[in-house]
Design a binder for this molecule. Structure first.
Ligand code: ADP
Ligand code: MG
Length: 253
């Protein structure tokens, strides 16, 4: 059965989508069969693996809200071994529409179970909120990757995330684990980054990945080409570090 991992943090701009796309692509590059599930209405993970959102008629919205079969919605991407379930802006309405739906927290879990055995890893890109879309992702997952930006206030909001995780563990998904906290966008030229690393390690201890993601311009350029960095510029520092992260994730189980 494929291991389901959600990339989550309700803060925007911390590197969730960059990590979802590049971790998925690097796992696939290492020979794993991977499904990337876009659960953010912005659909940046969708376009990041080369899917034109304008051509998508059915997406994750239809799975969550209208309970349609997951199989025909899965698409190929620019990456070998990597499939994706796209998101479009239609998903923006789901948060509200799900409120009055039966089994609203477990819809993603139920659908993913039908295809889980076809993959080694299923990676879910979460939206920047703790609403029902994120609850669906946490409920469906075996483990979480929490990206934390190496910036002032890095730990801000994390206690709220952790209490949401505890609620999901208690009521919806006893198995849910934190696979790791990922430090992102480190600017090696400043001392601030070093301070943040120490602060986060003090708080999360051995849950912090050894791999730290630096700021790398290739990582921000790659999405506009519809490519993960491992294809856009395989020799870049960005490709190197996400490959290291993929190896750590594989080692963790
Ligand atoms: P989130 O999904 O948490 O909102 P994103 O992954 O979309 O965050 O990242 C926010 C912005 O920062 C994007 O423009 C992305 O290209 C850029 N970015 C993310 N990680 C890096 C990095 N390591 N180096 C440079 N730019 C990055
Ligand atoms: Mg995002």
């Amino acid at each position: 059965m494929g291991r389901i991992i959600a990339i989550t943090n309700q803060k925007g701009g911390v590197g969730k989508t960059t990590t979802s796309v590049n971790l998925s692509a690097c796992l696939a590059y290492l020979g794993k069969k991977v499904l990337l599930v876009d659960v953010d209405p912005q659909g940046n993970a969708t376009s990041g693996v080369g899917i034109d959102k304008g051509e998508v008629d059915q997406c994750i919205y239809d799975i969550l809200v209208d309970d349609v079969d997951i199989r025909p919605i899965i698409r190929e991407t620019t990456v070998e071994n990597l499939h994706a379930i796209p998101a479009t802006i239609s998903l923006a309405g789901a948060e509200i529409e799900l409120v009055s739906t039966i089994s609203r927290e477990v819809r993603l879990q139920k659908s993913l179970r039908e295809i889980q055995s076809n993959y080694d890893y299923i990676i879910i890109d979460c939206p920047p909120s703790l609403g029902l879309l994120t609850i669906n992702a946490l409920t469906a997952s075996d483990a979480l990757v929490i990206p934390v930006q190496c910036e002032y206030y890095a730990l801000e909001g994390l206690s709220q995330l952790l209490s949401t995780i505890r609620l999901v563990q208690k009521h919806l998904n006893h198995q849910l684990l934190i696979d790791g906290v990922l430090l992102t966008m480190l600017d090696a030229r400043t001392n601030l980054g070093i301070q943040v690393i120490e602060e986060v390690k003090k708080y999360f201890q051995d849950k912090v990945y050894r791999t730290i993601i630096p700021r790398n311009v290739r990582l921000s350029e790659a999405p506009s080409h519809g490519l993960p960095v491992i294809l856009y510029d395989p020799k870049s520092r960005g490709a190197e570090v996400y490959l290291d992260l993929a190896k750590e994730v594989i080692k963790n189980g």
